[in-house]
Design a protein around this ligand. Structure first.
Ligand code: ADP
Ligand code: ZN
Ligand code: ZN
Length: 676
């Protein structure tokens, strides 16, 4: 029998494939590998798992050089051609070696060559979905805009990208569930992928889904799962057993042979963008994948990304609007602005805000104070000499964490004990400056000693499972005043919460980051959406959102008060159009870091010299806003084009040049960067 050859993608930074010979006698089953098979192959002195991308009857490698496949993972059905094509697209688009896209997308157990018992996996998922103590959900009758949305999503064959636009509580989730129900009912094999931005939201949605579809195999994929568990869920999706897959951004790479609908909830959320390694946007890949498979994709949000909003304006996406809150009698919260220039705060709280909290305590209702800064105070200072607590390794301040007596860098993790006296002049009266969530917690406990004050942020929920427990406590009513960072802004529907306050969100208005105001608006709308959704017994509207600001006339706050995202988006899009920024421009960013800033800048300068300039603009290399992190000096080079294909073609050629530069310095190229 003739030997065959396989071309294999391996998880190495080398941007090439590796050819091996396959001898049937050497493998577990003798079955030949096909494109998409996982194979165990020798690589240097190691044995590694790779993905077969092609089989051939000859190879350019000399017969005495070619090495043999050690084993084919024949018990695992090969990855489908659609999956391979998606991985190839991602590698191509984001300028990464294919192996570095494919292998990390697989669960670790498969990647390291652990053998997996498929039937055990299937049985376990089936068992999980059959635990039927679940009382089946009450399925509400859709209101007309919801019905129209479900029809639009399910009644047309082929690809359409839908932007489902509606405030929190307008019934988007209901549209997802009923669209899913239709598609699942219409085809016995159909699979549906639902992406959520945050791991803390998956259990909540999973519960909804399991209640709505009792007995239906559901897989969840997120980074919080133990490896064994993740492998089971991944396999269940890959084998076509799981009909619904729920997950965070990494789930976009799930292998789902019968995928028929993709839903991206809170599509504007920045966490859909991976910020290291393969810097992909799960939202963008979702749209690409739907197009490739010719299936519908639904992007849902109360505050869509400007990219998606613009796509509805020029007809690339179809806009579906939910106009009001779905529950009968539900009300939108009243958003009010408190002018900090007129009403002086003490310890960060204006008298009006304190009175509003007191009222909630008297009514037995909950308040949420949103402050997007953890720690006690962002910096410790000496009034005598002007010393401030700075990180010695970063261009950043050390944050005061009073509870555990530490100064801590939120960028490199550096920790110190709080000094007893000023390191420069010996003054023992060091002052915390500014306010973080811990300090706010202290202040509120002092003002309202009888209240149950509770804080949710990355510090208070460090232990595994503690975030879920914390949210549970709020839901159960064990909290009167909740303090939180953006962690509390997402997803949760707190029934007894009737007051939401943003303490001082102004910083984002003047940020260098041109996306900061887009994010702020989304964040404030989102946190406002946590407020209770039902009217008081007397018919009054209890849901109130107070925003303390020094800039009460800022257009962003005006649009916010009117709940008017379209107006806000129109203004911002016009600004972006005039400034020639995304979504009217496509960008790529080359970053470099070195011990010396000059080294990084010089590398970028040389790199810039190697770009073929046709159709692209190359800016000057500049230090990053936060120049130093962990003793590395960082700089960046921005490349822009009004045409995505032109930028793509240019980047592909350039990447080859960059790879040939043989520098020891660390660099990375990001396509469609979000943090510039
Ligand atoms: P969103 O995802 O837009 O925040 P949800 O789908 O979670 O909104 O809906 C908010 C609340 O309204 C939920 O409690 C949901 O069960 C309820 N709901 C949604 N649609 C309807 C409807 N057509 N009739 C009655 N209640 C509904
Ligand atoms: Zn001093
Ligand atoms: Zn640091």
């Amino acid at each position: 029998m003739n030997s065959i050859f396989v071309r294999v993608a391996l998880d190495t930074p080398l941007d090439r494939f590796f050819d091996y010979r396959f001898l049937p006698a050497d493998t577990e089953t003798g079955l030949p590998p096909v494109a998409g098979s996982l194979v165990l192959v020798p690589f240097g002195r190691q044995e590694v798992i790779g993905v077969v991308v092609a089989t051939m009857d000859q190879t350019g490698i000399a017969p005495d050089k070619i090495r043999d496949v050690i084993a084919v993972r024949a018990q695992l059905p090969p990855l489908g051609s659609a999956w391979l094509t998606m991985a190839m697209f991602a590698a191509d688009y984001y300028q990464r070696p294919l192996g570095e896209v494919m292998l990390p997308a697989l669960p670790k157990n498969l990647r390291v060559g652990k053998s997996v018992a498929l039937d055990r996996a299937l049985k376990k998922i089936a068992r999980q979905s059959a635990t039927g103590e679940m009382s089946p959900d009450h399925v509400p009758a859709l209101n007309p805009p919801q019905q129209a949305a479900v029809n639009a999503i399910t009644q047309q064959a082929g690809y359409t990208a839908h932007l489902l636009f509606g405030v929190t509580g307008s019934g988007k989730t209901e549209v997802y569930l009923q669209s899913a129900a239709r598609i699942l009912a219409a085809s016995p094999l159909a699979q549906i992928l639902i992406l959520v931005p945050e791991i803390n939201l998956t259990p909540q949605l999973e519960m909804h889904v399991r209640q709505r579809f009792p007995g239906m195999p559901v897989a969840s994929l997120h980074s919080g799962l133990a490896e064994g568990e993740r492998t089971l869920h991944w396999l269940s999706a890959h084998l076509g057993q799981a009909r619904i897959v729920l997950g965070t951004r990494l789930a976009i790479f799930a292998s789902m042979p019968h995928l028929q609908l993709i839903i991206v909830d809170e599509e504007h959320d920045p966490s859909y963008k991976q910020q290291e390694g393969l810097r992909y946007s799960a939202r963008d890949l979702a749209v690409w994948r739907a197009h490739q498979l010719q299936i519908p994709v639904v992007l849902g949000s109360a505050t869509p990304s400007l990219e998606s909003w613009q796509a509805t304006q020029n007809g690339r996406y179809r806009q579906l609007v939910l106009t009001e809150r779905a529950v009968p009698d539900a009300v939108l919260p009243l958003i009010k602005i408190i002018n900090l220039e007129r009403e002086k705060p003490s310890d960060g709280l204006t008298p009006r805000l304190v009175a509003a909290i007191r009222l909630r305590l008297e009514m037995g209702e909950q308040s949420l104070l949103f402050l997007n800064r953890r720690g006690y105070a962002p910096v410790l200072t000496c009034d005598a000499c002007g010393w401030i607590s700075q990180c010695s390794r970063c261009t950043a301040n050390l944050v005061l964490h009073k509870g555990d007596h530490r100064l801590r860098c939120h960028h490199c993790g550096l920790e110190q004990r709080i000094p007893r006296a000023c390191p420069t002049c010996g003054n023992i009266d060091l002052q915390p400056l500014g306010r973080g969530t811990q300090r706010l917690e202290e202040t509120l406990s002092a003002i309202f000693p009888e209240a149950r004050v509770f804080r949710i942020d990355a510090d208070s929920t460090r232990l595994k499972g503690s975030a879920a427990a914390a949210f549970e406590r709020v839901h159960e009513g064990g909290v009167d005043i909740l303090i939180g960072t953006q962690m509390v802004a997402k997803g949760h529907d707190f029934k007894r919460l009737t007051l939401v306050a943003a303490l001082n969100p102004d910083a984002a208005l003047f940020s260098q980051d041109y996306r900061a105001s887009e994010r702020l608006f989304a964040q404030l709308m989102q946190v406002a959406g946590r407020a209770g959704r039902t009217a008081r017994a007397d018919g009054g509207n209890p849901a109130e959102v107070l925003v303390q600001t020094r800039y009460p006339d800022h257009p962003l706050y005006h649009a916010l008060m009117k709940h008017d995202y379209p107006e806000f988006a129109a203004d911002l899009l016009e600004e972006r159009r005039q400034a020639q920024l995304p979504p009217f421009m496509y960008q790529a960013l080359l970053r470099a870091e070195a011990r010396e800033l000059q080294t990084a800048l010089e590398f970028l300068q040389q790199a810039a010299g190697r770009i073929n300039l046709a159709g692209v603009t190359v800016h000057d290399p500049v230090p990053m806003t936060m120049t130093r992190v962990a003793n590395r000096e960082r700089a960046q080079l921005l490349i822009e084009s009004a045409s995505r294909p032109v930028l793509q073609a240019c980047m592909k050629v350039w990447m080859g040049e960059l790879r040939s530069m043989k520098t020891r310095l660390r660099w990375s190229l990001e396509i469609d960067p979000v943090d510039i």
